[in-house]
Design a protein around this ligand. Structure first.
Ligand SMILES: [Zn+2]
Ligand SMILES: [Zn+2]
Length: 141
């Protein structure tokens, strides 16, 4: 018996993740590695936002600009490696099993075979982005 499953992209590493409904708690990450990392990141973001709103914004921006200009002048002769916008994360052992094996879909978390009729979007209650539901029975081979 195949489990019904949902397909989503990890909110951090953008990997496609298949999750069966027993495992599905409206997850948005592919595993604890990403969720933990994202939590750290969101803390940093929050403090960054806090700084931006609380301090005199213009004053801060002006200072930043001057600082950045100074930095730019300094760095011009450096060959600093420019990272691509999409940083490739090291493959750490997430709870990753496999997704598509021999045309069979498997839950990313428990590894059980899932129905190939994958839902997009979230289970229950989260109908904020209701457009993410597919038409019935539509699937990609
Ligand atoms: Zn991820
Ligand atoms: Zn599962």
């Amino acid at each position: 018996m195949e489990l019904s499953a949902r397909l989503y992209n990890c909110a951090r590493c953008h990997d496609q993740v298949i999750i069966c409904s027993p495992c599905d708690h409206n997850n948005i990450y592919c595993g604890s590695t990403c969720s933990r990392a994202a939590r750290v990141q969101s803390c940093q973001l929050a403090s960054h936002r806090y700084q931006r709103t609380l301090r005199g914004r213009q004053k801060h921006a002006g200072r930043q600009r001057r600082y950045r200009e100074r930095l730019k002048n300094k760095v011009t002769h450096h060959s600093s490696p420019v990272l691509p916008p999409r940083v490739v994360l090291p493959r750490q052992p997430n709870e990753r099993t496999s997704e598509v094996l021999n045309g069979h879909y498997h839950c990313h978390f428990c590894g059980k075979p899932c129905s190939p009729l994958l839902r997009r979007g979230y289970l229950r209650h989260l109908s904020l982005r209701s457009s993410s539901w597919p038409e019935n029975g539509k699937q990609q081979e």
